[in-house]
Design a protein around this ligand. Structure first.
Ligand code: SAM
Length: 270
């Protein structure tokens, strides 16, 4: 589709990929075959869509902008291509997959994400992890660093832990601002997220666990005990931290995902 006539909407995070070499490289990372089912988040002007849609068993493209959605339908429609004009965060994926009779297929998700909602989209992807084979997503480089961060660094935090709970994350490549129109002020990174096969907690405990993590990081500069004091007995917390080999006055950011899971389980068993 012609990008000339499109005025990008900043409020919707519209920075369109404009570098064909980059577009081809990202598409190649999906390693598509004719049996694949692809979900693209934010198709925009169709930079990735044009390469991916014709190669799949079923392509689902979600685009919130009504004008772009209309153009995508005009240019890239096909018998196995479905565009949805809606907010990705409100997509009932399981229901859609049932309607399209896609089970037990798992989706390859792809998206040059709208950066203003990249964290909620990552959390949404976590909720869909059981239906996903892989997610190849472009993020603001700083956000990508948070997903890849190690304990004890300033980038390590809630987003690292929630993503790491569901997925193994691998960096695929960096993308410079010049590859987009309009040019963003930030650098970008493409990551691959692959769902973990082992579930660390029962499904019904996951949202409580994530609230627990958020509470632990509520005031990053304070000790873990200070953040959790309303809910946890001090001696009990210190005894568990001791078992984990952590100092009693440590901050949340030094605990790994495995530490947090162990701490959460032990606190719940009393
Ligand atoms: N994939 C295109 C590309 O690479 O050129 C466009 C990427 S652009 C960074 C993000 C796209 O997501 C925009 O087209 C924007 O309209 C769309 N978008 C923004 N918020 C959305 C939402 N909540 N749900 C679905 N799409 C959204």
């Amino acid at each position: 589709m012609s990008r000339q006539e499109i005025v990008a909407k900043k409020g919707l995070g519209q920075n369109f990929l404009n570098d064909m070499t980059m577009i081809r490289r990202i598409a190649a990372h999906l390693e598509l075959d004719a049996e694949d089912v692809v979900l693209e988040i934010g198709c925009g002007t169709g930079a990735l869509t044009q390469l991916l849609a014709p190669k799949t068993r079923q392509f689902i493209g979600v685009e919130l902008d009504r004008n772009l959605f209309q153009k995508l339908e005009d240019h890239y429609s096909g018998p196995s291509v479905l565009f949805l004009n809606q907010d990705i965060l409100k997509l009932e994926l399981a229901e859609l997959m049932r309607e399209l009779q896609l089970f037990p297929a798992k989706l390859k998700v792809v998206g040059n994400l709208p950066y203003y909602i990249s964290s909620p989209i990552i959390e949404w992807l976590g909720q869909q992890a059981g239906r996903i084979e892989s997610a190849t997503i472009m993020l603001q480089a700083e956000v990508a660093q948070r997903l890849l961060a190690s304990p004890g660094t300033k980038e390590f935090g809630v987003l690292t832990l929630i993503t790491g709970y569901h997925f193994a994350c691998t960096k695929l490549m960096d993308v410079r601002p010049g590859a987009f129109r309009p040019m963003p002020k930030v650098h970008s990174t493409v990551l691959r997220l692959e769902p973990k096969t082992l579930r660390l907690l029962d499904l019904d405990q996951e949202s409580v666990f994530f609230s627990f993590i958020k509470q632990a990081f509520a005031q990053r500069r304070k000790t873990l005990w200070n953040c959790l004091r309303a809910a946890v007995d001090k001696e009990r917390l210190e005894a568990i931290l001791n078992q984990l080999g952590r100092p009693p006055n440590c901050r949340a950011e030094v605990l790994s995902l495995e530490d947090f899971v162990a701490l959460f389980k032990q606190l719940r068993t009393g």
